[in-house]
Design a protein around this ligand. Structure first.
Ligand code: BTN
Length: 257
C-alpha cells in the first residue's frame, strides 16, 4: 500500500489531479455549483492551466508539469466576513512554513499574500470567498508556487523558483502534501480562536516590516515604514510620523529606481 503523505484529517484527503484545466479555481467553483456536495478540504491540482488567474485580474503563467498550481476548498463558516483576512494570513503562513525549511529566512510573506524570496516572487494566492450574509460559506484557496521552472519569460523579471534558488528539483506532490498539512494546522488554529498566534505569526514573517522603504501611492513616491496590518487586511504605513492605511490597489512597493 502506498503511504498517504497527506497526514491531516481533511485537507488533501480528497485530491483530484487534472492534466489540463483553464484554472483550478474555476474548476472548483463549477464543482461547487453542481448539486453534489463537495467535501471540505478537497484539493484540485493541475499539471497545466491555460487560463490561470492571479490577483487584480492578472494572468498566472506556469510552465506545465513543473510547478504547483492547485486550489483547496475550505468552509470557514466560523469566520465573520470582517475577519476574512485572517484566512489569508493563515494560508500565507502555511505556505511560508512549508518552504522555509527548504529555503531559509530570505523567505518572506509580501503583503497581502505573495511569497517572496529576497526581492523576487516565488508564489502567490488567489482566495475567492463565497459569502452568505455576514459569514464565509466557502473559500476557494488558489495557490501557485514556482518549483522546478528554470526560466521565466522576459517580462517576468521579478519571478523566481525553488529550482532557480537551489539548483535542485523538488517533488511537487511532496510539497503539495506538506502545504496541505500546514493549511489544516493553521486553519484549525484559527477555528480554535488562536487569532493572535496567526496575526503575530504573519507580521513576524512580513516582507519590509519595520524597515524604511520606498513606496508609491496617490501619484507620489515617498519613504515610509510598514508598521502593521489592520484586522481587515489594510496595510499600515508610517510616513513622516503619520500612519496611513492602504488597500492593494492604492500602494506599490518600489524595489528599484
Ligand atoms: C497572484 O499572485 O497573483 C495569485 C496567483 C494565484 C495562482 C493560482 S494557480 C492555482 C489557482 N488557479 C488559478 O487560476 N489561480 C490560482
Amino acid at each position: 500500500m502506498q503511504n498517504n503523505i497527506f497526514s491531516g484529517l481533511f485537507v488533501g484527503q480528497n485530491l483530484l489531479t487534472l492534466k489540463e484545466v483553464d484554472s483550478t479555481n474555476n474548476f472548483l467553483k463549477t464543482l461547487l455549483s453542481n448539486s453534489k456536495p463537495v467535501p471540505e478540504g478537497t484539493v484540485i491540482m493541475a499539471e497545466s492551466q491555460f487560463a490561470g488567474r492571479g490577483q487584480q485580474n492578472n494572468q498566472w503563467h506556469a510552465e506545465p508539469g513543473k510547478n504547483l498550481t492547485f486550489s483547496v476548498l475550505l468552509k470557514p463558516s466560523f469566520l465573520a466576513v470582517t475577519d476574512q483576512f485572517d484566512l489569508t494570513r493563515a494560508i500565507s503562513l502555511a505556505v511560508y512554513d512549508t518552504l522555509c525549511p527548504i529555503l531559509g529566512n530570505q523567505l518572506k510573506i509580501k503583503w497581502p499574500n505573495d511569497i517572496y524570496y529576497g526581492d523576487k516572487k516565488l508564489g502567490g494566492m488567489l482566495i475567492e470567498n463565497l459569502l452568505q450574509g455576514a459569514v464565509i460559506k466557502s473559500a476557494i484557496i488558489g495557490i501557485g508556487i514556482n518549483i522546478n521552472q528554470e526560466n521565466f519569460p522576459e517580462g517576468a523579471t521579478n519571478a523566481t523558483s525553488v529550482k532557480q534558488i537551489l539548483q535542485k528539483d523538488y517533488d511537487i506532490r511532496d510539497i503539495l502534501a506538506d502545504i496541505c498539512n500546514h493549511i489544516e494546522a493553521y486553519y484549525l488554529a484559527l477555528k480554535a480562536g488562536k487569532i493572535d498566534f496567526v496575526r503575530n505569526g504573519y507580521l513576524s514573517r512580513l516582507y519590509w516590516f519595520n524597515q524604511r522603504k520606498r513606496f508609491r501611492a496617490g501619484g507620489e513616491i515617498f519613504e515610509g515604514t510598514i508598521t502593521g496590518v489592520k484586522q481587515n487586511g489594510l496595510l499600515v504605513v508610517n510616513k513622516g510620523g503619520e500612519e496611513t492605511t492602504y488597500n492593494l490597489k492604492e500602494i506599490e512597493f518600489l524595489n528599484k529606481e
